[in-house]
Design a protein around this ligand. Structure first.
Ligand SMILES: [Zn+2]
Length: 228
């Protein structure tokens, strides 16, 4: 119903990067599942959490592939079946990354606090920003167009703050796995492969948000000028 070739042209780099990153995640994950670990992902996460005194942070199995996440409201790590049960470095790396988010939460790591503050606005901006811009364009209201653009800007802010949060969780994962003697040499390399590949998916998402914002500004931000 609404399609603009300029939009596709502008976000193409982000889409290509996202496809490339997804492929890299899949292949790195598959390779790392071939590198054995002495513990399952759930056991590794438990060991990491306990080593930092986070005995009360729970670990649960959840459905889906790579659906792993840390839930700060319930203070629980939700690990996908492959990660929860897997005795390999893909499972250990991802479980340790989620434990890294629990460490960030426990010490109120500033970028994480900022990211959580940005969530509500970014969610509104992601859902309605685009439609407010379109509505503003249809009504020839530049105020409404810019309100939509600023609202969508919250998505870009969220994605930008998310990058250090994710990079830091991965750095913590590698550090703790090494310190606890769960990974060294080839094992650490496998973990690094998986977590670096995952980091690229976040970079792709950030780029897509930035390019979409730029598209809104170029396509709709200058509409008023033709009336001058
Ligand atoms: Zn993460």
């Amino acid at each position: 119903m609404f399609f603009d070739p300029l939009w596709l042209l502008m976000i193409a780099p982000a889409i290509l990067l996202a496809i490339w990153a997804q492929g890299r995640v899949q292949s790195a994950y598959h390779r790392a599942t071939q590198v054995p670990c002495s513990l399952t992902g759930a056991e590794a996460a438990r060991l990491l959490l306990d080593s930092q005194g986070l005995h009360d942070v729970g670990i649960e199995e959840t459905q889906g592939f790579l659906s792993d996440h840390y839930d700060p409201t319930q203070r629980v790590l939700r690990l996908s079946p492959g990660v929860y049960r897997g005795r390999n470095m893909a499972a250990a790396g991802i479980a340790a990354h989620e434990a890294g988010h629990a460490f960030q939460h426990a010490e109120q790591y500033a970028p994480l606090v900022l990211r959580n503050l940005a969530v509500p606005l970014a969610s509104v901006g992601g859902n309605f920003g685009f439609w407010i811009v379109i509505l503003g364009a249809l009504m020839s209201s530049m105020a409404l167009v810019w309100a939509g653009i600023v609202l969508f800007g919250a998505v870009v802010v969220f994605q930008l703050i998310n990058l250090p949060v994710e990079f830091d969780a991965s750095a913590r994962a590698k550090r703790h796995l090494a310190v606890l003697g769960l990974a060294d040499g080839e094992q650490l390399e496998a973990v690094d492969d998986v977590l670096s590949a995952a980091a690229w998916t976040y970079v792709a998402a950030t780029l897509q948000a930035i390019l979409t914002l730029l598209y809104f500004v170029l396509r709709f931000g200058g509409l008023g000028r033709s009336d001058d």
